[in-house]
Design a protein around this ligand. Sequence first.
Ligand code: FEO
Length: 167
Amino acid sequence: MKSKKLVDAFNGQIQFEIHSALIYKAMQAYFEAEDFPGMANWMNIQYQEELSHAEKLFSYLCEAGGRAKMLAMDEPCNDYSSPLEVFEAALAHEQIVTGRIDRLMELAQEVKDHAAQICLQWFITEQIEEEANAGLIIKKLKMVEGDGRGLLMIDQELAGRVFVPTV
Ligand code: FEO
């Protein structure tokens, strides 16, 4: 990878994906404490997905001859007051990720790194799914308006999520 600016930006995104994993692990911890095992499962799968995103970028960067680096992480939020608040925070976070991926793609285009653009294409598609997943759960949570039985049903549904390794 010839552009140092692009290598730095990839390293920044690797850091951000690992930071995302920590955010979701903290959300899992909230749901474990609040006795929502299905939502905790969903967040644990999301945690694993984020680590796999970081790994995908890391592997690409190393293969492409860029110097990968581990950068310092900020502490994630550990305090939430409701399932709806958690999923709204998750959607807001994914919207930030989408913006970052878009800027990374723009930089790859600017420096004419075609291989990096192909790698980033996967992330652009993935972000559509990431936002849609969180958005759908928010809709359902708003429908039940905090009703216990409704929350239980959503929790049971989210218990079924499984981790599918990134290819
Ligand atoms: Fe790696 Fe949820 O974006």
